[in-house]
Design a protein around this ligand. Structure first.
Ligand code: IDP
Ligand code: MG
Length: 155
């Protein structure tokens, strides 16, 4: 799906292990220098209810409970990014779910070693993005603005 411009928003979370290990700035900076526009940002001490809703699609799977425990173990950084094809762009920058399979140069491939501590979350499609943005952010928390580099990012 290259070359087709689709204006999207995506939900991204810097997970507790990345916050604890001091990677917040590095991770945000990767998106920033790629020209990806940040429209929402906050540090969240996640409660169990929010974590269970966020991972509700995985309820019943063996990793559901460990993943919920992981996400509530320490604050996370919750963000919304906006731009053409931003969902796929962010997923590509994150790398595969299992950091062992994630290529060097991706966020998981550069910072992670283990699937249960995989550094970052990003929505996997337009429907999950809409659900997750609505779950984590109110409309008032999302900014509408233009970055001065926007006209230099596309033909
Ligand atoms: P994704 O985060 O790349 O979209 P999903 O399959 O949606 O991957 O899984 C959600 C999260 O659940 C993963 O990011 C990871 O934190 C956790 N997870 C998934 N599979 C496993 C597993 O096999 N063991 C431990 N944790 C897992
Ligand atoms: Mg997923």
């Amino acid at each position: 799906m290259v070359n087709i411009m689709v204006k999207e928003r995506t939900f991204v979370m810097i997970k507790p292990d990345a916050v604890q290990r001091g990677f917040i700035g590095d991770i945000i900076s990767r998106f920033e220098r790629r020209g990806i526009k940040l429209v929402g940002l906050k540090l969240v001490a996640v409660d169990r209810d929010l974590a269970e809703k966020h991972y509700g699609i995985h309820k019943g799977k063996p990793f559901f409970e460990p993943t919920v425990s992981y996400i509530i173990s320490s604050p996370v950084v919750a963000m919304v990014f906006e731009g053409d094809n931003v969902i796929e762009m962010v997923r590509t920058m994150m790398g595969k779910t299992n950091p062992i399979e994630a290529l060097p140069g991706t966020i998981r491939g550069d910072f992670g070693q283990f699937i249960g501590r995989n550094i970052i979350h990003g929505s996997d499609g337009p429907d999950t993005a809409a659900f997750e943005i609505n779950l984590w952010f109110s409309d008032k928390e999302l900014a509408v603005y233009t970055r001065i580099d926007e006209k230099w990012l596309h033909e």
